[in-house]
Design a protein around this ligand. Structure first.
Ligand code: GLN
Length: 309
């Protein structure tokens, strides 16, 4: 249910939004041509409590594409289907300290982790699903969001036409013996999962589902096991913010995942699911206002996962 706008949580979110909106640095991503059309001033924040109450401020109804925020959820799909050890026979679990599109292979031929592109493409390649791979991915991610998600075809096409570096990462992983081929099919499904269209409220519901251990607190439906939810939170905590993972752990300390369209999803275990959207990015590819807003939220509500009593 939607909480009323005058609630203390909504007022607090609005205060943070107004303050952070003044930040004007960062650049909208344009290497996927379709993303360059984003309005840099769009800015929304949403929070969903462990009980499923939602609080939204700013441009909460604006739709954008998931991009890398799809990665922890597809990782969860793969872990549910294959088990943790089988998945990690193909992809590592170490923070890479490198950008999201890095050429990354560890000493066993695996991409360093499932949150960078190389590891995410391998993870997607592992999923089978009875109704076909992408339909399975879409249906589980929709259960996380509590509504049926659809693909933004323009963004999908734009990336499919230009995403040759991701194809190269796929072929490298095939050569390393860790991607389950054919590469082009895995890469296409990866582009589709990245092009799923969401709002900040969807992000907050998806995050809240992880925060409470795999049951969507709005629909009441179990999406993944408690253990799988914890695994997804773990890789988000160590690898979710690319080469800013350490800094993020220090200043925010909430398992999170960012995407190049400008979204950040953060899941405070047992407390809140959070979603922020603002397109201008810092050099690491993380939303400038999103990072600032989550820093404030973590501070104001004492959401750091290593807080002491
Ligand atoms: N689809 C994007 C890509 O593969 C996702 C990257 C991101 O959001 N950081 O380049």
């Amino acid at each position: 249910q939607e909480a009323d706008e005058g609630s203390p949580v909504s007022r607090a979110l609005e205060g943070i939004r107004e303050e952070v909106a003044a930040l004007s640095d960062g650049r909208v991503a344009d290497y996927i041509p379709e993303l360059a059309h984003a309005d840099p001033d769009t800015f929304g924040i949403a929070a969903v409590s462990a009980h499923g109450r939602s609080y939204c401020v700013g441009d909460a109804e604006h739709a954008f594409t998931l991009q890398s925020i799809s990665k922890p959820f597809v990782y969860a799909v793969a872990v549910e289907e294959l088990g943790l050890d089988a998945v990690h026979g193909h992809v590592g679990a170490e923070p890479s300290g490198e950008p999201f599109n890095a050429i990354s292979l560890d000493e066993r031929g695996r991409p360093e982790n499932p949150m960078i592109n190389a590891g995410a493409i391998v993870t997607t390649s592992l999923v089978r699903g009875t109704e076909g791979r992408f339909e399975h991915i879409r249906s589980v991610l929709s259960d996380f969001a509590g509504r049926r998600l659809s693909v933004d075809e323009d963004v999908y096409r734009s990336e499919a036409e230009t995403g040759h570096r991701n194809r190269a990462l796929g072929y490298l992983s095939l050569a390393g013996g860790v991607l389950v081929g054919p590469v082009e099919e895995a890469v296409q499904d990866y582009f589709r999962q990245c092009a799923l269209s969401v709002t900040v409220r969807d992000l907050a519901v998806m995050a809240a589902t992880l925060s409470v251990g795999g049951v969507n607190p709005v629909t009441g439906r179990r999406v993944v096991s408690q253990r799988t939810a914890r695994h997804a939170l773990s890789v988000m905590a160590s690898c979710g913010m690319y080469d800013r993972a350490g800094e993020w752990g220090l200043r925010v300390g909430i398992p999170a995942k960012s995407g190049v369209s400008g979204g950040i999803l953060a899941a405070a275990p047992g407390a809140f699911g959070l979603g922020v959207f603002s397109p201008p990015l810092d050099e690491a590819g993380n939303s400038v206002r999103g990072v600032a807003a989550l820093e404030r939220l973590s501070d104001d509500y004492d959401l750091h996962m290593l807080r002491t009593p």
